[in-house]
Design a protein around this ligand. Sequence first.
Ligand code: ATR
Length: 272
Amino acid sequence: TARYAVFGHPVVHSLSPRIHAAFGTQLGIAMQYAAIDAAPGDFANALGAFAASGGLGANVTLPHKERALALCTEASDRARRAGAANTLSRLNGQWHGDNTDGAGLVHDLTERRRLDLRGRRVLMLGAGGAARGVSPALLDAGIGELWVVNRTAERADALADALGEPGRVHTRYWADLGNLGAFDMIVNATSAGRSGGIELPFSLAGNRSLAVDLSYGEAAVSFMAWASAAGCEHRFDGIGMLVEQAAESFALWHGKRPDTDPVFASLSARAD
Ligand code: ATR
């Protein structure tokens, strides 16, 4: 059977094996999908060994997404713009890199949640790998403005420069969050929820605002609690994006996009 895997560190809690197995069952596609833990220094070797043993495709999660792109012979435009790859495909003895994170987020918000992103004034909290991964897709989805605010100002500036749209993309200091007014959409792309939580001014939220966390489970609790207390109308954690980016990867490998509703429902039930 065809072999696929997710690489991460840590990776034991990854939901990807379960999601891809469910997609395979749904579409009658036989395959193996493993979780492979590789420390940063071992990632290139582990990926090479996987290829040598017949691996056809890999998902890549923290902290390997940038390194994964560097190991690819070819990469999609969206992976290059994100500076990171989350989906690798083995073609003619070489890895081809793609990044489905941004498309997954936009698909979740516009298809599942039926929200219109066009023209929105968007606040991006964070400027690390997660923010880089989704920002190009948000711009392509027609948002009006993207305000990148990061604890370390230089990284916000670097992300804005990489996005290359000075007319739509702006940066501000973290200390100024209280003076930026309200946003139509607030994206938590920080990892603060994995280490003690996040504190934000309520003035960022309007009553029609959409708040979305790119992480899920425990890591999303503090931002979701803030969004609720601040009165954001729509509040979602990253489970929807997780399932949709997996469906995009599955479609790249197997040529068919699965119905994500049953998997989303079972993961949401589990998260509650
Ligand atoms: P990821 O791939 O999850 O984005 P990362 O590249 O390490 O991981 O980026 C983590 C992001 O969360 C960064 O934007 C980081 O801010 P710095 O660039 O200043 O480090 C942000 N972050 C982490 N902890 C934070 C906290 N307690 N408050 C605010 N931002 C935080």
